[in-house]
Design a protein around this ligand. Structure first.
Ligand SMILES: [Zn+2]
Length: 93
C-alpha cells in the first residue's frame, strides 16, 4: 500500500497554484500501485478553471499551465492570472 495524498493540498509551480481535487489509485499490470492525481488551477492566460491529470509518483511536478483553449506547451507564461480556489472550484466542479 502507498500513502495517499490528501485532497486539498496546494502545490505551487512558478507562482501558479494547483489544488489537489482528485486522487485515483489503480493497479498496474505488474500489480504495483500507481496514482493519478487531478489538480485544479486557473489558466495562466485567461484565468478559466481547468484540471490537469498527472502521475502521483514523480519527483518533478510539471503541470499544464493553461486551459485546453490556450494550450501552448513549452511557451513561457507572461503575467499570471490568479484567482481564489473557491471561485475555480465553483466553476469547475
Ligand atoms: Zn485559458
Amino acid at each position: 500500500m502507498i500513502d495517499l495524498p490528501a485532497l486539498g493540498i496546494v502545490r505551487d509551480y512558478v507562482g501558479q497554484q494547483y489544488l489537489l481535487v482528485g486522487v485515483h489509485q489503480y493497479m498496474r499490470a505488474d500489480e504495483s500501485d500507481a496514482l493519478i492525481l487531478t489538480w485544479l488551477a486557473a489558466c495562466a492566460t485567461c484565468g478559466a478553471a481547468f484540471t490537469f491529470k498527472g502521475p502521483g509518483r514523480t519527483i518533478k511536478f510539471q503541470p499544464s499551465r493553461r486551459c485546453q483553449k490556450h494550450k501552448r506547451p513549452g511557451q513561457r507564461v507572461g503575467k499570471l492570472i490568479t484567482r481564489p480556489f473557491a471561485d475555480l472550484v465553483r466553476e469547475a466542479l
